[in-house]
Design a binder for this molecule. Structure first.
Ligand SMILES: [Zn+2]
Length: 242
């Protein structure tokens, strides 16, 4: 560009290019930040589903232990009845005979209650099976999804990184065209605002903050003088005309 008449003037094309690069860089940096976040979210989802499966599995385990205990109690009661029946056959008195008969009846009653409870316990164990299967299936899907997310992020990150590096190079090259006195101010705004460091002016409006830009200021911009918006501080430029 010519620097003979106005050393501080900047071609509109340079500012448009700078804004385009800053926007692309912002988008790519957001994608770069999103990768690890997506991985963390996918892993957290797997851990959560794993926990839900463990909860129903522990519930089932407790049910099986309770059922086993009742089965053991039933066997003990049945053995007791056999033992009492043997004693009944050798009872030496009517009183002893009656007492044994009552004990047998009470124990039989207890075994009947236990048998019902065991049946109920097994029904509960059957009923929880679909819940376990469902939790296992959701966990498996979460694992597959997480694996997919990890490989997608692993594939995308180097592409994003190299694209960022390429654009940062293009940015440095383009910034060479900025006069020194503008460059310092521009870089300060870039540090503060990133992609919002620049804004187009259309119909005498700053598209960054939507406030009016006076006509004489617009003319200045058209002539290539670097102008920062008085309201939002963005470096202003004229967009490409159709
Ligand atoms: Zn503005």
């Amino acid at each position: 560009m010519s620097r003979s008449s106005h050393s501080e003037s900047v071609e509109a094309g340079v500012l448009r290019t700078l804004h385009r690069i800053h926007r692309q860089l912002a988008d790519l940096r957001e994608r770069r930040a999103r990768g690890p976040r997506q991985r963390r979210n996918a892993d957290a989802h797997v851990a959560h589903q794993d926990q839900l499966l463990a909860t129903v599995q522990n519930e089932e385990q407790a049910m099986r232990m309770a059922a086993d205990k009742k089965q053991l109690d039933l066997k003990t009661a049945e053995a007791k009845i056999k033992d009492l029946q043997t004693k009944l056959n050798t009872a030496s008195s009517n009183k002893e005979y009656q007492a044994l008969r009552e004990q047998i009846a009470a124990t039989e009653m207890a075994t009947s209650v236990l048998a019902d409870e065991i049946l109920e316990a097994f029904e509960k164990i059957d009923a929880i099976q679909p819940k376990i299967a469902e939790a296992a299936s959701v966990l498996e899907k979460a694992r597959q999804k997480a694996e997919q997310t990890h490989s997608e992020v692993a594939r995308e990150m180097p592409i994003v990184e190299s694209e960022i590096a390429r654009l940062e190079g293009e940015l440095r090259q383009t910034e060479v065209a900025l006069p020194a006195e503008v460059k310092e101010l521009y870089q300060r705004v870039v540090r503060q605002r990133g992609e919002d460091a620049l804004a187009a002016v259309e119909g005498q409006i700053c598209l960054g903050c939507y406030t009016g830009v006076p006509l004489n200021v617009c003319n200045h911009i058209m002539l290539g003088y670097p102008v920062f918006c008085k309201t939002c501080g963005r470096l202003l430029y004229i967009p490409e005309q159709e």
